[in-house]
Design a protein around this ligand. Structure first.
Ligand SMILES: Cc1ncc(COP(=O)(O)O)c(C=O)c1O
Length: 405
């Protein structure tokens, strides 16, 4: 067996299951879960229709093996979206690759990029730098690629920005891959241009690759849409996106988490190596999913409607919770990342017991690093259910917090 498998951490939902094992939720309330970050708005009809049409097509459909590089039509559709969304002109032949959702791609990319053999130079393991709190796939991807994760804390006093300046130069020198998540899960924070500039300078100096996870980019609450990594590179005079790959998903944008569709785009050299890896890994996207994805990328109305629904929901729920928790409207995403008094695990367990509402303890989404867990005393609430259910959950949380005073 691969010994690195033993270093993988339990997933947050597994830890939650253990935390709740001895809890009997109050039967007076129907259960409401704000725990899992899975979109629950309905899938648009135009995507389902395109999916059905593709299955029934006389040629293609399910009767052919798909190409790992994807159909030209899909790459053109993605390039069109990148043009409309960010004003970017990408080469469909060399700079874009479809992926089966960003989760598998974020994982597989570390296996493509990391060279653990370089560790022997100083006998110290190579590093993959991750935000903290973070999406757990980054950590597992680093470990199974033979690297060690290094966590950079987010700072609540600076809108949860990562404290990049705290990273010692000897850490950057051993870094081969950096994951950034903007808009962030769970913080919702969008990384500004100055931070991108800092990271590009560090990448140029130390030679590491940047994987920019942007799967929440279309759900935002400010006027202007979140800045993308490729957009930042273009603005900073890096038209070849050197050492940068952006990961974008349809799951949240178009409410199709079950379809498994996204893309990576950026540095042509990285795309080429990643395509090589993926050809062997066998991760080509079904042509049926490709056809449905084209329908999704080509339509923006359903995305505007989806965003409007989240905006209305957050406008109702956030002020209710802000009365009793340390919480504010995030830049983007569909989470509230709230500070609580005392232990986050006690909070989650007692809330379930008394009010039958599930939230995720923040410490499960972060690691102890530099003697501190930046998720401690925080909870993550995913506002993915319909507005009325989220409002009811918020009202119960208000009662719960007031009852603890
Ligand atoms: C930060 C982050 N990145 C990536 C993903 C993966 O999304 P998908 O594989 O559906 O594209 C998720 C899903 O929850 C996420 O929260």
């Amino acid at each position: 067996m691969n010994p690195n498998l033993t270093h993988l951490q339990a997933y947050p939902f597994e830890r939650l299951r253990q935390l709740f094992a001895s809890v009997t939720p109050n039967p007076a309330y129907r259960p409401i879960s704000l725990g899992i970050g899975e979109p629950r708005h309905p899938t648009p009809l135009l995507i389902k229709q395109a999916y059905c049409d593709a299955i029934m097509a006389p040629h293609g459909g399910l009767s052919t093996y798909p190409a790992t590089a994807g159909e030209l039509g899909l790459r053109q559709s993605i390039a069109g979206w990148l043009q409309r969304r960010y004003g970017l002109e990408l080469d469909v032949a060399t700079q874009i690759l479809p992926v089966n959702g960003t989760r598998e791609a974020l994982f597989a990319f570390a296996q493509t990029v990391v060279n653990p053999a370089l560790a022997s130079v100083k006998n110290e393991p190579v590093l993959v730098v991750c935000p903290n709190p973070f999406y757990q796939i980054y950590e597992g991807a680093a470990i199974l690629a033979g690297a060690e994760p290094y966590f950079v804390p987010s700072n609540p006093a600076r809108n949860f920005a990562q404290d990049w300046d705290s990273v010692p130069s000897e850490v950057w020198a051993r870094t081969q891959l950096l994951y950034v998540c903007s808009p962030g899960n769970p913080t919702g924070a969008v990384m500004p241009l100055e931070e991108w500039q800092k990271l590009f300078a560090l990448s140029d100096e130390y030679g590491f690759v940047i994987a920019s996870d942007e799967c929440y980019s279309e759900i935002y609450f400010r006027e202007e849409p979140p800045l993308g990594g490729l957009e930042a590179a273009a603005r900073l005079g890096r038209p070849d996106f050197k050492n940068l790959l952006a990961f974008t998903s349809l799951s949240k944008r178009s409410n199709v988490p079950g379809m498994r569709s996204g893309f990576v785009a950026g540095d042509a050299h990285l795309v080429k190596q990643f395509l090589l890896y993926r050809t062997y890994h066998g991760s080509a996207m079904s042509t049926v999913v490709q056809a449905a994805s084209i329908a999704a990328w080509d339509d923006e109305q359903h995305v505007r409607d989806n965003r409007a629904q989240y905006r209305a929901k957050f406008a109702q729920v956030t002020p209710l919770l802000a009365n009793v928790l340390d919480v504010a409207l995030p830049d983007a995403g569909f989470y509230l990342w709230a500070g609580v008094k005392g232990s986050d695990t006690d909070f989650a367990r007692d809330l379930l017991a008394l009010y039958n509402v599930t939230v995720l303890p923040g410490s499960y989404l972060a690691r102890d690093a530099q003697r501190h867990n930046p998720g401690a005393n925080r909870i993550r609430m995913a506002l993915v259910a319909e507005t009325a259910e989220c409002v009811e959950a918020a009202q119960r949380i208000v009662q719960f917090v007031q009852s603890r005073l």
